[in-house]
Design a protein around this ligand. Structure first.
Ligand code: CUK
Ligand code: CUA
Length: 629
């Protein structure tokens, strides 16, 4: 009897497990129908929890053992970092330090990263731009701008590390840097602040119109290794470039930049830079300018080829756009460019074809500073009444555009066919940019949209007077946009880009490379060498010790220290911190790192592995001994 009872219990348990698995699998196989999948077609619901909440949970929950579908790279604003999220779970997977030291990974302590950071200790990342092939993200590199200290950086997506930082001359606040040309020929950046060039030039503010300039910098990208160099620059009026986007398909070869302060005000900008009804979208033929650079039509300013576009007729046109526009975005087919009014309640849609017609027919309504102003009425095809405070627009793959409304705290969905608003969703609160899955490419995925909100207010547990920013994941698979979840973010994502996860292939370990300076792969080769006051340490580390594990030098020695992590095993990272010497670094699996310092304090200083790496991680330690003079 006991045996029979056991059998019944077991088979009942088996049935139950089977049922749960079946429900789960059917949800996986058919995410649209997950809610009604089982239990006789009834909706899965939890007592007291509304059905739409259950649905949202099912759409965002990534169970253990499964991975997110997209990476989202969000700029970290004045943190100087890039934040990496998984979508749809919205889990923050990693922070990539770019313009700011990060002790957790030794960024800013190793010789290489110290050299990259140079004299600056912060940066302001606004706009990430993924590399593209034929207008589609190719998963190789991510480029970002530094609005504060005029730099561009490249992150390699095989290691998720910053591998180059480039100083860009002649450009104050390269804010307007959203864009990448369709085959990653250039990462382009436009100045936000007018200033006399080159850096360090004096001219009183009253001379702004005469002596100050904004500049567009074309940073050339080596197609083989992503190496950046300043290709050429274009000298522009002191008009504050705001945002930009590259033409694609029909409009490939062109770039579009919004301007504010065409008033050329230098006081009380809040009022004085919004005097004119119209500012401009500057349309610029970069292929023509590239050719001019190749033909020697430039002056050298601070080591850079500076093109005066008035010497290259036909390379720059002005398209009137409503009052201090902010974002400008090119539609996936390249047929339209859209300027967001900021202080006008419309998104203005311009036709590239009409723009070309105006140029061909010389249909201009005037000129300013020598640049032809194309006929607004002809080029503009629609003013979409999206709402108050339009800032940025993204696209799905079904012919819809999505525009953030900062003042209304909403996102408007509108048709690229009828130019009518078809749906509006509130977001919380005050959205800046938004990011759709592959939303800047020639073939957006739709599916997910993330609203990057400037204010969170009551959305999270209070952390004092300043609250976190917030990101909201929105479902685009249904007719109506639906908010699925809220996550807090650190300050301050401006823009983000979302790429299909399978487009990125990361390294598992750093490959063994005996030709690499300082690399030590056998403990027999670990050593300390002295040459006068210069001491070089060739150290290796693996679970769970360092060779050598004590290093003695003399006070005042210049120490060069190499550390190779010989655990060729995914995720087995060793750290290296020296107590009371203000130093920490990290060697990832297979990697050799280098750091240098002066042993300016005598005494005994323990060093230890700062990444928990094995059960005997605490034993991974040693002593740095400095003999007094
Ligand atoms: S900007 Cu921040 S919301 Cu710097 Cu792209 Cu528009
Ligand atoms: Cu190596 Cu802990």
């Amino acid at each position: 009897e006991k045996g029979l009872f056991k059998k019944i219990v077991l088979s009942l348990a088996g049935l139950l497990v089977g049922l749960v698995i079946a429900v789960y699998l059917s949800a996986q196989l058919n995410p649209e129908a997950e809610a009604a999948a089982a239990f006789g077609g009834k909706n899965i619901s939890v007592d007291g929890v509304p059905d739409d909440v259950v649905q949202a949970a099912l759409k965002t929950y990534v169970p253990p053992g499964q991975l997110d579908e997209y990476y989202m790279f969000a700029s970290g604003g004045h943190s100087g970092n890039v934040f990496v999220y998984g979508v749809p779970s919205m889990r923050r997977i990693r922070t990539i330090p770019v313009f700011t030291p990060e002790s957790a990974v030794g960024y800013g302590w190793t010789t290489e990263s110290k050299e990259m950071l140079g004299e600056w200790s912060w940066g302001d990342v606004h706009h990430p731009a993924l590399s593209e092939t034929k207008g589609d993200y190719d998963g190789r590199w991510l480029f970002v701008n530094d609005n504060a200290n005029s730099r561009a950086a490249r992150i390699d997506l095989d290691s998720f590390r910053t591998s180059q930082i480039l100083d860009i001359p002649n450009i104050y606040g390269p804010h307007s840097a959203v864009f990448m040309t369709p085959n990653s020929e250039y990462f382009m950046l436009g100045s936000r602040f007018a200033g006399p060039i080159p850096y360090g030039t004096y001219s009183p503010i009253e001379n702004l119109s005469k002596d100050y300039n904004c500049v567009l910098a074309a940073v050339a990208i080596d197609p083989n290794n992503g190496e950046m160099s300043v290709g050429w620059e274009v000298l522009m009026p002191p008009w504050s470039f705001d945002l930009s986007d590259a033409g694609k398909l029909d409009s490939e070869g062109w770039a579009f930049l919004t301007t504010y302060n065409t008033e050329e005000a230098y006081e009380l900008l809040e009022v004085n830079a919004s005097q004119r009804e119209m500012d401009y979208v500057v349309a610029l033929n970069w292929k023509m300018l590239e050719q001019a650079a190749n033909e020697g039509k430039y002056k050298i300013v601070d080591g850079v080829k500076m093109i005066d576009p008035l010497d290259v007729p036909g390379s720059v046109y002005l398209v009137p756009a409503m009052k201090s526009p902010h974002g400008v975005d090119v539609t996936p087919d390249g047929k339209y460019f859209i300027a967001n009014g900021k202080v006008a309640p419309v998104a203005t849609v311009f036709s590239f074809e009409k723009f070309k017609e105006c140029i061909d027919n010389k249909d201009f309504q005037g000129e300013e500073r020598g640049f032809p102003v194309v006929n607004y009425e002809k080029v503009r095809v629609a003013e979409v009444p999206v709402g108050l405070g339009p800032l940025h627009t993204q696209f799905d793959g079904n012919g819809y555009a999505y525009t953030t409304l900062f003042i209304d705290s909403t996102i408007a969905k509108w048709s690229l066919d009828t130019f009518e608003v078809v749906d509006v969703t509130p977001v919380h609160y005050c959205p800046g940019h938004l990011c759709a899955a592959e939303g800047d490419t020639v073939s957006p995925d739709g599916k997910y949209l993330v609203s990057l909100n400037k204010l969170a207010k009551d959305k999270f547990l209070s952390v004092g007077p300043s609250h976190p920013e917030s990101a909201q994941l929105i479902d685009l698979t249904t007719d109506k946009m639906k908010i699925l979840m809220d996550v807090p973010t650190d300050p301050e994502p401006h823009f983000a880009q979302m790429i299909k996860a399978d487009k990125i292939t990361t390294w598992e370990v750093f490959e063994k490379d005996p030709s690499q300076p300082g690399a030590v792969y056998e403990k027999e080769n670990a050593r300390i060498e002295r040459d006068g006051n210069n001491v070089t340490v060739y150290q290796m580390g693996f679970r769970s010790r360092y060779y050598p594990d004590h290093v003695e030098v003399n006070e005042g020695d210049h120490v060069t220290w190499y550390l190779t992590n010989t655990d060729f095993d995914e995720d087995i990272t060793h750290g290296f911190g020296i107590c009371l010497y203000d130093l920490n670094a990290e060697a990832q699996p297979g990697e050799t790192i280098k750091f240098e310092f002066v042993a300016d304090k005598a005494g005994v200083y323990p060093f230890y592995c700062t990444n928990f790496c094995s059960a005997l991680h605490q034993e991974m330690q040693g002593w740095f001994i400095v003999k007094p003079k």
